[in-house]
Design a protein around this ligand. Structure first.
Ligand SMILES: Cc1cc2nc3c(=O)[nH]c(=O)nc-3n(C[C@H](O)[C@H](O)[C@H](O)COP(=O)(O)OP(=O)(O)OC[C@H]3O[C@@H](n4cnc5c(N)ncnc54)[C@H](O)[C@@H]3O)c2cc1C
Length: 383
């Protein structure tokens, strides 16, 4: 835990970073695929720049998301929930796979329960295939967990490890990831969707003990992927994994999805269901269950648990066109992603914790930890 004095010291250092930022070329703000050797504008991680601190609960299952057809009498339910820390990332892929599960069913009118990224994407895909669709959500954007997501395109915090998943899940996962990534590529840099590239850096002081294993979903999904071990190159870090990553600004993106669903003829209704039987009272017999963590109570899935995450949003800095994840004994886990509307500071994953109350100690740890990062970045670039 960091003391208040350390926080103030780190925060006080940030204004000194301003000269490094103003040295950046003016077009930096608009160019989100800059080369890795271009300058890195330090983040102004100061309490005076904080907009809000929020908590979200990732819908986590140790065995991975559930993408499955289940029969309840005359009702067909397609489950599409439990995407942990990567529900935005996988959304297009899981939507496509769940629509494929419904294809053999002779029914063209569907209810989608859930108006987060997975419900809306599934609805859109159904509409584009000629279904008549109503979306029902207890919460609508901007009040869903999907609006809290980073959202950095990367399948992570999804299952307990290779031993915890089935081969069938592994196949679904890889296929969903690859479909989804391609879909997001086509949306990149269209300002209506808030999808764009950033430079991503995974920073470690020491190389890992084990050799790097390729990403399960395929290294080829990560443009410019490389490992650097020269500490001179990235702010003194001895092991850096970098790539060009897709960022999805959830507020812009979910607004666009809602608009697309409505423009395609879909209906979005705010409605909460207590039990599965309440869902079965709907006139639609084909039901897509995209309720995220809500599936625990609604369909009795006790393997679903929250993986709590707290984020502190700072005022936007358009010159910050990179994100990072790092961890050290001094700061703990930290990640930073640039949104159009804010700079997002994060670094918590707490399994089984249902509290939606922000934790003050964590808030201070993030502000001071990211201020230290900014100081390190500025110092190494000035040398
Ligand atoms: C701090 C944090 C950081 C994250 N970062 C990333 C990231 O960088 N990249 C990424 O891809 N993902 C990230 N995620 C994960 C991502 O937010 C989730 O995986 C994703 O939002 C799940 O989407 P969903 O549509 O399945 O669920 P939700 O967005 O939770 O939507 C569920 C919908 O179902 C409705 N619902 C639930 N129960 C009922 C009911 N009984 N009746 C009616 N409606 C109901 C809800 O009201 C809501 O409309 C992050 C999450 C957190 C918390």
């Amino acid at each position: 835990m960091l003391h208040r004095r350390q926080l103030l010291r780190a925060a006080a250092l940030s204004p000194a970073l301003a000269p490094a930022m103003t040295a950046l070329p003016a077009q930096a703000a608009d160019n989100h695929a800059r080369p890795f050797d271009a300058p890195y504008a330090p983040v102004l991680s100061q309490p005076s720049r904080e907009i809000r601190t929020v908590v979200g609960l990732r819908p986590y299952r140790g065995s991975g998301f559930r993408l499955e057809h289940e029969k309840f009498g005359r009702r067909d339910v397609i489950h599409n929930y439990g995407h942990g820390g990567c529900g935005v990332t996988l959304s297009w892929g899981c939507a496509q796979l769940s629509v494929e599960l419904a294809e053999p069913i002779d029914e063209r009118r569907a209810a989608v329960i859930g108006a987060g990224v997975n419900g809306l994407t599934t609805a859109l895909m159904l509409l584009r295939r000629g279904y008549e669709v109503s979306v029902y959500g207890a919460a609508l954007p901007p009040h869903t967990t999907s609006n809290i997501a980073g959202a950095y395109w990367h399948p992570t915090t999804l299952y307990d490890g290779r031993d915890a998943i089935t081969d069938e899940f592994a196949r679904q996962f890889v296929r969903a990831a690859r479909i989804a990534q391609r879909r997001f590529q086509h949306l990149a840099n269209d300002p209506r969707y808030g999808v764009y590239y950033m430079r991503y850096l995974g920073l470690r002081d020491e190389p890992p003990l084990k050799e790097r294993t390729p990403y399960f979903e395929g290294d080829d999904l990560y443009a410019g992927l490389a490992v650097e071990t020269d500490p001179e190159r990235y702010f003194g870090y001895g092991y850096v994994e970098r790539h060009h990553a897709l960022m999805i600004d959830p507020d812009i993106y979910l607004r666009a999805l809602m608009r697309d669903v409505e423009n395609a003829g879909g209906r979005i209704v705010q409605k909460s269901f207590e039990t599965a039987d309440d869902v079965f009272d709907l006139k639609e017999k084909l039901i897509f269950n995209c309720t995220g963590l809500g599936a625990r109570d609604l369909f009795g899935d006790e393997t679903l648990e929250p993986a709590r995450g707290q984020l502190t949003m700072l005022l936007p800095q358009p010159e910050v066109d990179y994100g990072y994840v790092t961890s050290s004994p001094e700061t703990g886990l930290l990640y930073m992603f640039p949104r159009k509307s804010s700079i997002l500071l994060g670094g918590t994953v707490e399994h089984g914790d249902w509290s939606l109350e922000p934790d003050e100690t964590e808030r201070l740890r993030m502000l001071s930890g990211h201020a230290m990062m900014a100081q390190r970045i500025a110092k190494h670039q000035a040398q």
